[in-house]
Design a binder for this molecule. Structure first.
Ligand code: ADP
Ligand code: MG
Ligand code: ZN
Length: 620
């Protein structure tokens, strides 16, 4: 879950710019000095005197601090020199005697020195810097977008995007439906007793269609859509962002009923005090203003504030409090069916060849989101156009997918069919063991849609009841379930993968805690050997353990931990071997649909061995 790189981060941009600027300034000063100051040779005063005697000095200017002039070198060429004078009252006479042209220079006073040497150059440099940063901050475009004038802080439109233009995110659409109802007729909605949330936060991976869904909401409700991206708020000078928030709400009130949409809200909504550098104060002011505006407006006026983010975890908790963004809508990555719908939608704009089956394309693109799929359709059409054919054929799609996947493979996102099969069995292993054991929470959902870098699939559990205590048997069951993935891989493929690393880690930690922290081991007795020490005020990933045991005990702890691990692994393996046909059915179903819910899992687990669950023709 290492998604902490926000490329648009203005802070970094401004720092980068400043560093660049300083470097350029140094180079300029260096060149300047090279141009005017160099080539002048520094000579000893005694050498200078020799030159005078040898008649080699053409002219010079004498001040208290230096003597600068021109001399003739051995090859007869003239050269500039400078030397530091010593007390020498006879110099004037000598210069006259040798016919050197010379003049005196009044020594500059300290004020002139200060002004010309420091204040003016630095003043110019500072003004330039100020100008560059301001321009860069304001336009969001970079260094050289001068003269573009002040950009519009938000856009106000009436989108003609409809729900039909958003596919594969049915659950999110259902949730948005209520907002549309409300915006169509706020008063009627309230008379009927509906209570409107002020703020709705759309959460989901990049490219899943959050922005699109927000616009479609306005389109369906036929209300103005006043939108701004979070990063546009961030400007160098304090107070501007806050003023913009006021503008935004004022505009929305004028146009109500309306939707305010803040895209990428994490740019301003980040936890206060968590970021450093220049714009941090600005961000806080902007955020405070936003919170104040949200508290201040009356939702019965018909304004809904929507926002989108793909990093909900960095948001300031104050944003999520009741009366603010208290409703969150997950815009999830599409499953196989959703992907097919999205493809169908975008393929409407092109002419498909007879050999194209969008269902197959959906199967080949696990983990991809709406934006990726739109891109694939577009790319395929371009490839066809390049070949001068009038339809987009299968091979064009294949190539477009390859390109897209190759790009994503680097980011560890795309899975090969073989990997997909491994993940399907791995997750099925967890789910089957989880289903069979009483001590663990009910398996709610199994999925092999990759999310993020770490997790290729997941088995989600539903807590049956709140509980604060765990029995030993429950912990052991949990460890068994954690081993379900690894055991299934071993049984089915005779080989194991790295996919179980996290499971193994958690299982080992748990088993060790049984022995050292919970005092549940028979051999070592009810003794605490380790205590977790967490810093109370700073939740950091660094926690340390206090340990109280000898070398000999340490070996016993390892032995006991290993015993638990072996017991659980074997139990897990045994359960899977006994239920092999169910494991196969579930994995097969996962390969077809990518998501299997609780109901379907129960169906599969309760089916008889020879009974075929309706399967699709698609196999790997
Ligand atoms: P997000 O805001 O979640 O990053 P966008 O809404 O900007 O994603 O999506 C970018 C583009 O990808 C959209 O304009 C649309 O063409 C396409 N797209 C994304 N999701 C969907 C979807 N669910 N249905 C149809 N098209 C989609
Ligand atoms: Mg977006
Ligand atoms: Zn696992």
């Amino acid at each position: 879950m290492n998604n902490n790189k926000n490329k648009k981060d203005k802070e970094y941009k401004i720092i980068k710019l400043s560093i660049m600027y300083i470097l350029i300034a140094f180079v300029l000063i260096y060149l300047y000095q090279g141009f005017f100051g160099a080539k002048r040779e520094t000579v000893l005063y005694s050498t200078f005197k020799e030159f005078v005697v040898q008649d080699r000095i053409k002219s010079c200017r004498v001040s208290e601090k230096y003597i600068k002039g021109i001399y003739i070198d051995k090859s007869g060429e003239t050269r500039d020199f400078v030397t530091i004078p010593v007390k020498d009252p006879k110099l004037t006479d000598e210069l006259i005697a040798h016919g050197v042209k010379f003049e005196g220079v009044p020594s500059a006073d300290w004020l002139t020195n200060l002004i010309f040497g420091w204040v003016i150059p630095f003043g110019i440099l500072f003004l330039l810097w100020f100008f560059i940063i301001k321009k860069a901050g304001a336009s969001g475009k970079g260094l050289f977008s001068f003269g573009k004038g002040r950009y519009k802080i938000y856009s106000s439109e009436r989108p003609n995007v409809k729900f039909n233009d958003v596919a594969g995110v049915e659950e999110a659409k259902v949730e948005v439906e209520e907002i549309i109802e409300f915006l169509r007729d706020p008063h009627r909605f309230q008379r009927l007793g509906g209570k409107m949330p002020k703020g709705v936060l759309l959460v989901g991976a990049p490219g899943t269609g959050k922005t699109l869904l927000a616009r479609a909401t306005a389109g369906e409700a036929e209300v103005p859509f006043i939108s701004i991206t979070g990063s546009a708020f961030i400007e160098l000078f304090v107070g501007v962002g806050a003023a913009r928030v006021r503008d935004l709400f004022a505009e929305a009130k004028k146009l109500a009923p309306s939707i305010i949409f803040i895209d990428e809200i994490d740019a301003i909504g980040r936890t206060r005090g968590a970021s450093g550098f220049t714009t941090h104060e600005e961000r806080e002011q902007t955020l405070n203003q936003l919170l104040a505006e949200m508290d201040g407006f009356d939702p019965s006026g018909g304004i809904v504030v929507m926002a989108a983010t793909n990093r909900p975890e960095v948001l300031d908790p104050a944003l999520l409090r009741p009366g603010r963004f208290d409703r969150q809508i997950l815009v999830d990555k599409p499953d196989i069916k959703g992907r097919e719908e999205i493809l169908r939608l975008h393929a409407k704009k092109i002419v498909l060849g007879e050999d194209v089956d969008l269902k197959v394309i959906a199967q080949e693109t696990p983990g991809l989101v709406g934006a990726d799929l739109a891109n694939i359709v577009n790319e395929a059409a371009l490839l066809a156009a390049r070949e001068n054919v009038d339809k987009v054929y299968k091979k064009h799609f294949e190539e477009a997918i390859d390109r897209r996947m190759a790009g994503l493979a680097k980011k560890n996102k795309a899975m090969s069919p073989k990997e997909k099969k491994t993940v399907a069995y791995h997750e099925s292993g967890h789910a089957v063991v989880g289903y069979l054991l009483k001590g663990v929470e009910v398996v709610h959902k199994v999925s092999i849609i990759p999310r993020g870098v770490a997790a290729l699939g997941f088995t989600q559990q539903r807590p049956t009841e709140e509980h604060y205590l765990m029995r030993k048997s429950e912990i052991l069951d949990k460890i068994c379930m954690l081993f379900g993935g690894r055991a299934a891989e071993k049984i089915v493929f005779g080989d194991v993968s790295t996919g179980a690393q996290n499971d193994l880690y958690t299982a080992t930690e748990l088993a060790r805690a049984v022995v050292t922290q919970f005092g549940m081991s028979d051999e070592l007795g009810p003794v605490v050997y380790e205590r977790e020490r967490q810093p109370i005020f700073l939740p950091t990933p660094f926690s340390s353990k206090e340990t109280y045991y000898s070398q000999k005990t340490s070996e016993a702890i390892d032995r006991e931990t290993r015993k638990i691990i072996d017991y659980c692994y074997n139990k897990s393996q045994k359960l899977l071997l006994e239920n092999r046909s169910k494991l196969d059915k579930l994995a097969q179903r996962l390969l077809e649909k990518e998501i299997v819910d609780e109901k379907e899992l129960n169906e599969i687990m309760e089916s008889k061995d020879d009974e075929e669950i309706k399967t699709s023709p698609y196999t790997d």
